[in-house]
Design a protein around this ligand. Structure first.
Ligand code: DGY
Length: 327
């Protein structure tokens, strides 16, 4: 029997490759630059499965170019790169990689939060460039983290993992969410529910953990910045378009907030030019889940979803399916 054909837009890691190779005849895109769109559309034409990254859009155009496609597995928890309803219409299963990156992303959120509060990047640059004039009393003074109020926007798995870290810093934790989480979880995380407007007014640190949807696009814009404390810091490790970058630049110019630490951008890999020269921002290149362990688990998860599908089972992380696809 012929093995299904798959395209992987990256060479992946050995653990993921071995699962994929057992289940499909796989073509790996192994060039150093990411796969050009035209090349992706050409190579996916005869494939039954696609393993892709968050930088590749699985939309109507791709689905039309891939008449045999039956499953598209993105190696990311966020799946705003996949048009799931369009996949369902074309009877293509879409999968993502939830869960395995929560702690790693929360670690990195904490890294950014600490680094912006304590001006680590500015300090590193002084030390590295020989411009540090030696210890002084009022040098590079930042804000304390311990004992402050943390506002978590989106108390899902990653937001909850961030809340757990805040306990070690004796922080007061507020959260806003589409709906209030069960009381038991609130108690366990020591987190108090607030409307977004109140959370923005009361928090010293605001960290974003909502997925990108039409409702969350530009959730943090001028109106939101105007509500924040003048001493507040914003941390974004979810998706860039949740923050209106022009409004952020304006808020920093007007000193509406003290600073921002960003891992994600509206038009990656472009960064708003108004952010680049600023010392009150930290600009990381989308590193939230970037540990060897976690990225390996994510790739293995995508491969496992494909293996399950070709083994006749419902992929464990299917985003659609059910009756519509007979799975
Ligand atoms: C995701 O998985 O959605 C992250 O942005 C990358 O790990």
């Amino acid at each position: 029997m012929r093995k299904p054909k798959a395209l992987s837009t990256r060479p992946l890691f050995p653990a993921a490759r071995s699962i994929l190779d057992q289940n499909a005849e796989v073509e790996y895109w192994a060039e150093p630059q990411r796969i050009p769109r035209a090349e992706l559309l050409r190579r996916v034409r005869d494939k039954d499965a696609l393993v892709c990254l968050l930088t590749e859009r699985v939309d109507g155009e791709l689905l039309a170019a891939a008449p045999k496609l039956r499953i598209a597995a993105t190696i990311s928890v966020g799946y705003d790169n996949i048009d799931v309803p369009a996949c369902t219409r074309r009877k293509v299963i879409a999968t993502n990689t939830p869960g395995v990156l929560d702690e790693t992303t929360a670690d990195f959120t904490w890294t950014l939060l600490m680094a912006i509060a304590r001006r680590l990047v500015e300090g590193d640059s002084w030390t590295r460039t020989g411009t540090w004039p030696g210890w002084d009393l009022d040098q590079l003074l930042g804000g304390d983290v311990h004992g402050k109020t943390l506002g978590i926007v989106g108390l899902g798995r990653i937001g909850s993992a961030v809340a757990r870290r805040a306990q070690g810093f004796r922080m007061r934790v507020l959260y806003s969410n589409r709906s209030r989480v069960p009381e038991e979880l609130e108690r366990g995380l020591n987190a108090e529910f607030r409307s977004l407007a109140i959370l923005l007014c009361e928090s010293d640190f605001i960290t974003l953990h909502v997925p990108l949807t039409p409702e969350t696009r530009h959730l943090i814009s001028t109106q939101a910045f105007e509500k924040m404390k003048r001493t507040a810091y914003l941390v974004n490790t979810t998706r860039g378009p949740v923050v209106d970058e022009s409004a952020l630049v304006d808020a920093l110019e007007r000193r509406l907030i003290a600073g921002a630490a960003l891992d994600v951008y509206e038009r990656e890999p472009e960064v708003h030019p108004g952010l680049i020269p600023r010392k009150d921002v930290i600009l990381a290149p989308h590193l939230g889940s970037a540990s060897i362990e976690t990225r390996t688990k994510m790739a293995v998860m995508a491969a496992t979803n494909i293996a399950a599908f070709f083994g006749g089972r419902r992929p464990p992380n299917a985003l659609n399916g059910g009756d519509a696809l007979g799975l």
